[in-house]
Design a protein around this ligand. Structure first.
Ligand SMILES: C[S@@+](CC[C@H](N)C(=O)[O-])C[C@H]1O[C@@H](n2cnc3c(N)ncnc32)[C@H](O)[C@@H]1O
Length: 671
């Protein structure tokens, strides 16, 4: 029989994880039997099934050994180990509620807007007049697929059924190291050398990862209970948990201190097996970081984060959540852990994962669309005939940015391209946009004679226009241009290129997005994508919705409204990402010092009634930072019938006085 090269590939992949052919072989053969020779299922997502099966197999082996050992030592009276990990691929999400629910503020029974200070009138604000609903909303609602719901991610007793001891406050990871080199030699971020007290507790109490001296550790370990964690050994003793493997070469230990977390009411010591398994998942399946680019400092940092994430669970009532019974109670109360490997369902060039560590928020219910879609009546004029010769660069070829003179498409930005050859926004252009947004001057506003927003509130006697901000547009080359798709003046239209992740912010803001890699200043992150609606249509939606979801997703495309006498309703447009949208719908608001800026981009429609709203970084953003955008909400507009959400941005510049007042009172109470 000819040798199947797929075996070779699978072995090679597993070898990169340090797993030998001999170890993989029985697992692989078993999988092939189970999947009836369907290699795709095994190879999919970087051999994820195989990796999972391997670890399960190892875990079972370990459990079996422990069971035998326990049986011989105490007559077999051991509690059965509970399943640690439930991983249901492709689980459907719960069905959607009425689509319009999300536009209304649940608590206040009012519309909760995303109002731009610059735009002054947000989409939701528009619709508080006496206009009667005209159309019925028939948007279809698909649900996200590819959901992994990992329930039972709970702080549990050790595999042998024993619980972590009272006051357990730390975890240690032991790795083999050459004798004579016990002390850590490298200075990595967040790692520091420290001594330990007699309980094996670190003297450092800053919550950082620190190394611990071996001599004290050896003493500590004498009376330890041992639980196994992957290939390492793990011990729980006097409030410390040690993971490690000893070898003739010696050991080095990494000390995971979670003292400060234990002070939190909803933190309980997580199961280390789960921490390791989650780390495996993230690195193998999610970040795909295994390989030459793996970064040890980042990995250790992630280990700490993962430990904390799993330690926080809803329903933990005491910081002494270490006893077995308490953990069982927590188990029942804890909500599931969610993971979706790609919320875009393959519609973007890059995968965008979703991770909900403590499950306190429902999974988002919306249909992912990578580009805007007209809902019904909006007029979006896309025709080559409408693009004049001056409005494109038909004589160009290749990359416009590398030609000696800027082409016609650079005219919109003053005869210079908005982008650098590296694909970033030019410093000066970015600076001008940021300054207009943060310090708008009177002349940055224009006033329309018949404001569509005011008209939608009161069709016959509308209030005077409150002003719209004149925005700086980027103009990208497009279909009528002679350049190619790799032209440096086509950034937004090429779509998302950075690694993003939707995650639970855990700060009262619901879901948010973060970058998984460092982003230089001026990087294009994503567009705000949704259904293109007229103001009236949005109003109709709002009127038909029942009050439920506190999050809102509409946005007005009013960057050009002041330039004409009066816009028809079909031309006064907005985007609504409530039911259909892209990852941009998860960007949360931050007052003033947000790290993203929204810039209008002309691509296919020269008239600026319709345009793309693109987000760029306005400073360097580090991996794992949340990406935020200043919605420009006027929190002080108390006369406005629509209540904005209570801001939890955490910025020192937060405009939401109510929120600030609340914090002040809370702080006073704490003194
Ligand atoms: C465009 S959505 C952002 C994604 C949203 N967090 C989610 O979970 O789907 C806007 C909504 O997020 C919430 N939000 C955004 N920024 C916030 C902030 N700084 N403080 C509190 N809530 C915020 C509000 O409910 C707002 O209506």
């Amino acid at each position: 029989m000819a040798f199947n090269p797929r075996f070779d590939k699978a072995f090679s992949f597993m070898e990169t994880l340090g797993i030998s052919d001999n170890e993989v072989q029985p697992v692989l053969i078993n999988l092939l039997r189970v999947y009836e020779g369907n290699w795709e299922l095994i190879e999919d997502d970087n051999y994820r099934t195989l990796v999972d099966a391997y670890f399960d197999f190892e875990k079972d082996k370990g459990a079996e050994c422990e069971r035998k050992a326990d049986a011989s030592s105490d007559g077999g009276e051991k509690s059965r180990r509970e399943p640690l990990w439930v991983d249901e691929d492709h689980q459907d999400l719960p069905s959607m509620n009425s689509p319009s629910q999300t536009l209304l503020c649940a608590e206040e029974n009012k519309i909760s807007p995303m109002i731009s200070r610059q735009k002054l009138i947000g989409p939701s604000q528009t619709f508080m007049g006496d206009i009667k609903p005209k159309t019925s909303l028939q948007a279809s609602h698909k649900m996200l697929s590819e959901v992994e719901k990992i329930s039972n991610l709970l702080p549990m007793a050790a595999k042998d059924g024993r619980s972590y001891p009272e006051n357990a406050t730390s975890a240690e990871l032991c790795l083999p190291v050459e004798k004579g080199h016990e002390k850590p030699r490298t200075k990595k971020p967040k790692i520091q050398s420290t001594s330990t007290n007699h309980n094996g507790l670190s003297d450092a109490s800053d919550g950082n990862l620190c190394a611990k001296s071996l001599s004290t550790q050896d003493q500590d370990m004498r009376n330890n209970d041992v639980i196994s964690v992957s290939n390492n050994k793990s011990t729980a003793y006097n409030g410390n948990i040690t993971i490690g493997s000893s070898s003739s070469l010696g050991e080095v230990k990494i000390y995971l201190n979670c003292d400060s977390a234990l002070g939190q009411p909803n933190f309980s010591i997580p199961n280390l097996d789960l921490v390791m398994k989650l780390m495996d998942k993230m690195y193998l399946c999610l970040y795909k970081r295994v390989g030459p680019q793996v970064c040890m400092a980042e990995l250790l940092d992630e280990l700490c984060r993962t430990y904390l994430k799993l330690g926080y669970g809803k329903g933990s009532t005491s910081k002494h959540a270490n006893s077995h019974s308490q953990q069982c109670v927590n188990q029942g109360e804890r909500k599931p852990f969610h993971f979706i490997s790609d919320i875009t369902k393959g519609s973007e060039k890059v995968k965008i994962s979703l991770i909900g560590e403590n499950g306190s928020e429902e999974l988002p219910k919306f249909n992912y669309i990578p580009s805007n879609i007209i809902y019904q009546s909006a007029i979006v004029s896309i025709s080559l005939a409408r693009i004049s010769d001056e409005g494109c660069c038909s004589d160009c070829s290749g990359d416009c940015l590398s030609s000696p003179l800027p082409c016609a498409c650079a005219q919109e930005t003053g005869g210079e391209y908005a982008y650098t050859p590296q694909g970033l926004l030019k410093e000066e252009f970015l600076k001008a946009c940021v300054s207009m947004k943060n310090e708008p001057l009177d002349h940055h506003y224009v006033y329309c004679q018949e404001c569509p927003l005011e008209k939608s509130k009161n069709e016959y006697t509308p209030d005077p226009c409150k002003g719209h901000m004149v925005r700086k547009f980027i103009k990208e080359c497009w279909r009528k241009c002679g350049c190619d798709m790799n032209c440096g003046n086509r950034i937004v239209q090429r779509g998302i290129a950075c690694k993003l992740q939707v995650f639970l912010t855990g700060q009262g803001k619901g879901w948010g997005i973060r970058t998984l890699e460092d982003l230089p200043k001026g990087t294009f992150v994503c567009e705000y994508v949704g259904e293109i609606l007229t103001n009236m249509e949005l109003y109709d939606r709002i009127m038909q919705e029942s009050v439920k979801d506190r999050h809102t997703y509409p946005l007005t495309l009013d960057a050009d409204w002041g330039s004409e006498k009066g816009l028809k309703d079909e031309e006064a447009l907005c985007l609504d990402a409530t039911n259909n949208g892209n990852v941009g719908r998860f960007i949360n608001h931050r007052c003033y010092d947000a790290n993203l800026i929204d810039i209008p981009v002309e691509i296919e429609s020269p008239d600026h009634h319709y345009y793309h709203l693109a987000f760029f970084t306005n400073r360097k953003v580090n991996a794992y930072e949340e990406l935020t955008w200043d919605y420009g909400i006027d929190f002080e507009d108390h006369d406005h019938p629509i209540k904005a959400f209570r801001c939890c941005c955490g910025s020192v510049f937060c405009y939401d006085k109510k929120q600030k007042g609340k914090e002040k009172i809370e702080n006073q109470g704490n003194v």
